[in-house]
Design a protein around this ligand. Structure first.
Ligand SMILES: [Zn+2]
Length: 418
C-alpha cells in the first residue's frame, strides 16, 4: 500500500499531537481515576471514523470480587469496544491498554505531556502503551481521507487496569464475548520482537506460626522467623530444580543478549517477608510471599502438586512447624503456534516495515492478553513501538523514537490494508 505509506510520512506531527493528548490525560494506576476521560477521547475519535462504539464499565462488585486486593482503588473502571464491519470475511482484533504506571519525581522532563528531544518523544505511557492507539488513530484517519478500506472487519478493544490486574478490562471484555475475531494483535509489547508466548504466573503465600514471648526467655515461646528458615531452605532447593528447566519458546532478544539464556525459563522467587514487632519480642508469625512463573509447557496442576509435595516434606521433616499456605494462579501462560499463518503474516510485515528481521519470542512476564487468548482461543501476538532496553517503560523518562512511531503507523497500515 505505497500511497497510504507515503501519505503517513506527512502525518507524524498529527500522531505526536494525538499521543500528547493521550499522555496529558493522567491514567496512572493506582488509582486509575481518569479512565472515563481517556475512553471518551478515544470513543470520539473512532465514532468520527464510523465505528460502532460501546463504553463498557466493569461493575464495581465484579472488579472487587476478581481483584480483592484492589478494592481501595476509586474511580470507574471503563473500557472501549469499537467495531467496524466492512463486509470482509475475517475480523482483526486490535487491543492495548490506556492505564500507565505512576511517575516518580525524578523525571528530567514533565511526565504527563510529550517532550520531543533528540529524535525521541518522552512522556509516561508513550511506550507502554499509548503510542499504539495514537498510531492507530492516525492510520485509520489516513485510510478514511484516502478512501481505503481495510481488508478485515475491525474490532478495537481499548482497555484499562492492565498494570494492576489480575482481572483487567481486557479480561472483562473477553468474558462478555466482546473479542469476537479471527486474528488478534496486541499493541502492548515492544518492537524488539513479536511476542507469541508468555509465562504463567502464580502468587504463593506461606504463613508460619509461633508463640510470642519476652525474648529474655525466648525458650518459652516459639520464634516464627527462626522456624521459617527450614521452609526457605526447602523453597531454595525447589527453586534450583525449577530453574534448571527450559521451554522450547525462544526468549526475547534483550534477555538473550544480556544473559545468554536462549529460551523461556520458569522461576520461583521469595519476594516479600513480614514478621516481628520489636527486638525484645519473640515473633509469633512470619508471612512469606512470592511468585512462581511457569513456562507454557508446564501445567498449573503439576506445579501445584510440586509445591504441595514440598510443603508435605516440610511437615514430615519438621512436624513442630505450624504453617498454612496458598498457591493461586494469577495468569495462565500463553502460546500461539509459531507456524500459524497469522503469525507469519505479522512477522513478515513487521520485518519489512522495521527494515530488519523481527524474531518471534516469549515473554518472561505475564500478560492479560493470555487470559483473553485462553477465553477466545484466538491466534495472538504482541508487537509495539518501544524498545525493551531503551524506552524506560515503567521507569523515569519513558520514551520512544519518532522513527519507531512512524514505522509503527506503516506496520499497522500494511497489516490492515495489505
Ligand atoms: Zn503494557
Amino acid at each position: 500500500m505505497p500511497i497510504l505509506s507515503d501519505y503517513l510520512g506527512s502525518k507524524t506531527e498529527d500522531t505526536i499531537r494525538i499521543l500528547d493528548d493521550l499522555v496529558r490525560i493522567q491514567t496512572s494506576v493506582p488509582p486509575g481515576e481518569n479512565y472515563e476521560k481517556v475512553i471518551d477521547y478515544a470513543a470520539q475519535k473512532l465514532k468520527d471514523l464510523d465505528f460502532d462504539i460501546e463504553k463498557i464499565f466493569m461493575p464495581r462488585e465484579l472488579f472487587e470480587k476478581k481483584n480483592p486486593r484492589l478494592s481501595h482503588l476509586r474511580g470507574d473502571r471503563v473500557n472501549l469496544s469499537a467495531i467496524k464491519n466492512t463486509g470482509a470475511k475475517k475480523t482483526l482484533l486490535i487491543n492495548t491498554h490506556f492505564d500507565v504506571v505512576p511517575a516518580s519525581p525524578n523525571w528530567s522532563v514533565p511526565p504527563f505531556e510529550c517532550t520531543v528531544k533528540d529524535g525521541c518523544i518522552f512522556g509516561r505511557g508513550v511506550a507502554d502503551s499509548k503510542g499504539g492507539p495514537a498510531a492507530l488513530f492516525t492510520v485509520l484517519l489516513a485510510m478514511q481521507e484516502l478512501d481505503i478500506a481495510p481488508r478485515y472487519n475491525l474490532n478495537i478493544a481499548l482497555t484499562t487496569d492492565e498494570e494492576m490486574g489480575p482481572y483487567s478490562g481486557l479480561c472483562h471484555l473477553a468474558d462478555l464475548g466482546k473479542l469476537k475475531a479471527d486474528y488478534f494483535l496486541s499493541m502492548d509489547g515492544d518492537s524488539d520482537d513479536i511476542t507469541i508466548a508468555s509465562n504463567g504466573n502464580v502468587d504463593w503465600q506461606i504463613d508460619i506460626f509461633g508463640k510470642s514471648y519476652h525474648s529474655g526467655s525466648s525458650f518459652m515461646g516459639v520464634n516464627a522467623i527462626e522456624k521459617s528458615i527450614p521452609v526457605m531452605n526447602e523453597l531454595m532447593l525447589l527453586k534450583e530444580k525449577v530453574e534448571m528447566r527450559r521451554s522450547k519458546v525462544p526468549a526475547s532478544m534483550a534477555v538473550t543478549q544480556k544473559t545468554g539464556i536462549e529460551t523461556l525459563m520458569p522461576v520461583l522467587n521469595i519476594n516479600l517477608m513480614n514478621a516481628g514487632v520489636k527486638q525484645n519480642i519473640v515473633p509469633d508469625r512470619c508471612t512469606m510471599k512470592g511468585d512462581r512463573r511457569f513456562v507454557p509447557e508446564e501445567k498449573f496442576e503439576d506445579i501445584r502438586n510440586e509445591f504441595d509435595s514440598i510443603m508435605s516434606n516440610v511437615r514430615l521433616k519438621y512436624p513442630q512447624i505450624e504453617l498454612k499456605y496458598s498457591f493461586d494462579e494469577i495468569y495462565a501462560p500463553m502460546l500461539t503456534d509459531m507456524n500459524h499463518p497469522w503469525i507469519k503474516e505479522v512477522r513478515n510485515i513487521a520485518s519489512a516495515t522495521a527494515g530488519r528481521t523481527v524474531n518471534l519470542a516469549g515473554a518472561q512476564g505475564s500478560l492479560d492478553v493470555a487470559y483473553a487468548v485462553k477465553v477466545t482461543g484466538l491466534p495472538a501476538c504482541c508487537f509495539g513501538i518501544g524498545r525493551r532496553t531503551q524506552s524506560n517503560a515503567h521507569a523515569d523518562d519513558e520514551n520512544i523514537k519518532i522513527d519507531d512511531l512512524v514505522m509503527y503507523t506503516r506496520f499497522l497500515a500494511t497489516l490492515m490494508c495489505g
